[in-house]
Every structure is written in structure tokens, then in C-alpha cells.
Design a protein around this ligand. Structure first.
Ligand code: DAT
Ligand code: MG
Length: 137
């Protein structure tokens, strides 16, 4: 099994609610290895690039406002099929539909404040890691 890397963000709601340890702990207990981890507040331009695929969507402005609203934790996790493994731990985009036991299923209610981001494919992971941690993808 080839080893992959994925980008995970504990979004500003997760940081302000004190859920960083919960998110990082679940990734670690699953067996993923941390390669980088940093608390930072995003510049608007970085947020717009990160979410560029959603630029034409009606919620784009709110999404960017939210992700720059306070510090987030950006991390790179590594392991076999790390992209899919992290997405499984995170759960569905709509936290009301996310399976209980997943992070969003356990800790979030609103789609606009759904606690965690995880890259959705190896290609997205490379693009996102290059944006947040150049040289680590
Ligand atoms: P995911 O974060 O599960 O990869 P996505 O890439 O489709 O989901 O969307 C990115 C983020 O945008 C998502 O985490 C929350 C927000 N979002 C998605 N759909 C939304 C909607 N219908 N209304 C408000 N925010 C939405
Ligand atoms: Mg996505």
C-alpha cells in the first residue's frame, strides 16, 4: 500500500471550542502520522485559493469569512490511503447527515461550521499541502 499525505484543518470553530486535541487524537489513534502541524490565521487570499473550486457558489463569501475569522490548526497527516482515512474520520460535509462516530457527526450541527477540513483526493491533497506547507507534498 502506497503511503499518502493529506491536509487536515481544524477550522476556527474547532479551535475556539477546544476540540483540537480531539481531532488530532483521532487521527493519531487511527494510525496516521503527523508530518507538520501549525496554528495560524489565514490571509484572505490563501483562503480564496484553498477554496477556489467553490468560488462561483453562493456560500463562497461566507465560507471565506468563516475560515479567516480566527486561528485554525493546519496539519499534514501521513499513512496508507491517508486521504480516504482522514475523510472517513471527518464524516460527511453536512454534519446533521454525518455518521455519529465521525468528527462532524459527533461535534457539529451547521454545514457552515463543520469543524474540520480534509483533502478530498490525492490530487487535492498535493495542491493543498503545497499551499499550506510548501515542499511537504
Ligand atoms: P468538504 O469540506 O466536505 O470537502 P465541500 O468541499 O463540498 O465539502 O465544501 C467546502 C466547505 O464549504 C464545507 O466544508 C462547508 C462549506 N459548504 C459546502 N456546502 C455548503 C452549503 N450548501 N452551504 C454552506 N456552506 C457549504
Ligand atoms: Mg472539499
Amino acid at each position: 500500500m502506497s503511503v499518502e499525505r493529506t491536509l487536515v484543518l481544524v477550522k476556527p470553530d474547532g479551535v475556539s471550542r477546544g476540540l483540537v486535541g480531539e481531532v488530532v487524537g483521532r487521527l493519531e489513534r487511527k494510525g496516521l502520522t503527523l508530518v507538520a502541524l501549525e496554528l495560524r490565521t489565514l490571509q484572505r487570499s490563501v483562503a480564496e485559493t484553498h477554496y477556489g473550486e467553490h468560488a462561483a457558489k453562493p456560500f463562497f463569501g461566507e465560507l471565506v469569512d468563516f475560515i479567516v475569522s480566527g486561528p485554525l490548526v493546519a496539519l499534514v497527516a501521513e499513512g496508507p490511503r491517508a486521504v480516504e482515512a482522514a475523510r472517513g474520520l471527518i464524516g460527511a460535509t453536512d454534519p446533521v447527515k454525518a455518521t455519529p462516530g465521525s468528527l462532524r457527526g459527533d461535534y457539529a450541527l451547521e454545514i457552515g461550521q463543520n469543524l474540520v477540513h480534509g483533502s478530498d483526493s490525492p490530487e487535492s491533497a498535493k495542491r493543498e499541502i503545497d499551499l499550506f506547507f510548501p515542499g511537504l507534498s
